[in-house]
Design a binder for this molecule. Structure first.
Ligand code: XMP
Length: 517
């Protein structure tokens, strides 16, 4: 099975392209993001099923505002313009875009026309939509029907069904637009005539076929971190080539309670994967002894990880013909690193680019076209443990960067207990999926006075750092219910003897990062 014809989402440089591409995938249609600098000929060479022009600068009159080559519209490919893409499309096709200076920003009422075409058919006459524009389209291009208006946009949506083209001034991809996903879906199915075939079964079949083709009868290795990406990538490769795959799990002793067991027992039981566990806890703790500087910690962990992984890889390679290494690179990494072919930037110390020449592997990256939510769906489909599939992101250097001060076994044990309580209470409150990440941080070099039982205590504080985020680039502190925070606090101070104070971090990112180190 080959990759389906893509819906190309043309990125005009704002934050919207990835979100649109995800929404298209939610409609079970394969999408790819391309830069607006790509020529129309190159876009057409990808044989697109449709083209979506995304949001971008506020105005087509903005200095250096990117234009659309009108040739795009001669090729007969269905086109959907959104926000800036809508204005640029109107302009390219001979409509009028007026520089009104009338801004509409945020939730805005949209009035649909009775002859509402296909996108807005049978939707309420008045709809709340998300707007973000200065200029507006005042006259639709010839052949287009105007299907909606708002106070600041006399032409807020238009369609040319015969030409399979449509556009909207607002953002259908954001949750604040009522029925937005339905509009996008109608464009894809009813205007562009695309079939919804991008399902997890098809993705798995396609990837399995590709992996078999790439790997042939050679051996493959994969480093498991305990996170969902490497777990799903390995499971896919295992489905494709079975025991030609050997996984390596380096237990650096910096994982949270239960996580090493999850990999060594539950994951292996669920997949039947051949796993080599390297217990390197002493080695990592030895190398970290007395180190307090965060960057130094990261460097040491990265260095040790590569050494341990390399030794394991050599042992495995000694028995077989290992040519390939699996990486759990996701689509956003590919897009952010320029989207080109070849190796995407691999984050942190999981980058094994530092392996010596005689251990150079070709990469197998079965998640390269996928978003995180798709990876999770695949994980469930492949039968992975739910706890692993839904695990919050966790940094490679693990608890070492959540202990402020030097890392040792005792401190790790304290933090593990506190962290487990926080995770248990978050889950019990049914809030796991409402939170992006929930670091618990031990201020190991700080003590404060407390009173516990009959006596004075002089213990350590822990910081609760629950955050909400879309992509970890920016974040806000999660407004967890007070009762949940209270339960976590009470349990930690009761059950973890070394901790006598629990504080809540109420800093957004920026200025704070998610992790404390
Ligand atoms: P910050 O703390 O920079 O974190 O806001 C952003 C995201 O990256 C994770 N993180 C790391 N992940 N190696 C990793 O693999 C690291 O050294 C590292 N440092 C931070 C962090 O948990 C958050 O999801």
């Amino acid at each position: 099975m080959s990759t389906p014809r893509p819906v190309l989402v043309v990125d005009f440089g704002a934050q919207y392209a990835q979100l649109i591409a995800r929404r298209v995938r939610e409609a079970k249609v394969y999408s790819e993001i391309v830069p607006h600098t790509m020529s129309v000929a190159e876009m057409l060479a990808k044989n697109p099923a449709a083209i979506v022009l995304s949001g971008g600068p506020a105005s087509v009159y903005a200095p250096d505002a990117p234009r659309i080559d009108a040739g795009m519209f001669d090729a007969g490919v269905p086109v959907f313009g959104i926000c800036y893409g809508f204005q640029a499309m109107a302009q390219a096709l001979g409509g009028t875009v007026a520089k009104t200076g009338n801004r509409e920003y945020g939730g805005t009422p949209l009035h649909t026309r009775p002859e509402a075409g296909v996108l807005l058919r049978d939707l309420p006459d008045d709809l709340p939509v998300w707007m973000s524009h200065g200029d507006c389209v005042t006259e639709a291009p010839a052949g287009f029907t105007v299907t909606a208006e708002s106070a600041g946009a006399p032409v807020a949506a238009f369609e040319d069904l015969a030409g399979r083209r449509a556009g909207v001034q607002f953002h259908p991809e954001v949750g604040h637009t009522a029925h937005g996903q339905e509009m996008l879906t109608r464009f894809l199915y009813d205007i562009a005539g695309i079939e919804p075939t991008w399902t997890s079964e098809n993705i798995i079949d396609e990837q399995v076929a590709r992996i078999r083709e790439q790997v042939g009868d050679k051996e493959v290795i994969c480093g498991l971190s305990g996170g969902v990406d490497s777990a799903v990538a390995a499971a896919l490769v295992h489905k494709a080539v079975g025991d030609q795959l050997t996984c390596v799990f380096v237990d650096h002793g910096l994982l949270r309670a239960g996580e090493a067991e999850q990999v060594e027992k539950d994951y292996v039981a669920a997949t039947g994967i051949k796993l080599k566990v390297v217990d390197a806890q002493e080695r990592f703790l030895g190398a970290l002894a007395g180190v307090t500087d965060p960057e130094q910690k990261r460097k040491i962990i990265g260095r040790e990880f590569i050494r341990v992984f390399e030794a394991a890889a050599r042992e495995i390679a000694a028995h077989g013909d290992v040519e390939f290494l699996v990486q759990g690179t996701l689509y956003p990494d590919v897009v952010e690193s320029g989207g080109g072919a070849g190796t995407a930037n691999i984050k942190s110390h999981h980058n094994v680019g530092g392996l010596p020449e005689d251990l150079k592997f070709a990469l197998v990256e079965p998640l390269r076209t996928l978003f995180k939510d798709e990876v999770r769906t695949l994980g469930l489909q492949l039968g992975l443990p739910e706890a692993m599939v839904w695990r919050h992101p966790f940094p490679g250097p693990g608890l070492a960067i959540r202990i402020i001060g030097a890392v040792d076994e005792e401190r790790l044990a304290v933090l593990r207990k506190a962290d487990l309580i926080a995770r248990q209470e978050l889950s019990a409150a049914g809030l796991d999926r409402g939170v992006w990440q929930f670091p618990v941080v031990l201020l190991a070099d700080v003590r404060s006075v407390g009173v516990q039982g009959d006596g004075r205590s002089y213990g350590h504080p822990v910081v609760l750092r629950p955050v909400s985020s879309e992509d970890a680039m920016t974040a806000d502190w999660s407004r967890l219910p007070y009762e949940v925070i209270a339960r976590i606090s009470t349990r930690i101070t009761n059950e973890v003897a070394e901790v006598n104070r629990v504080v809540l971090d109420v800093t957004s990112k920026p200025p704070g990062t998610i992790e404390w180190e």
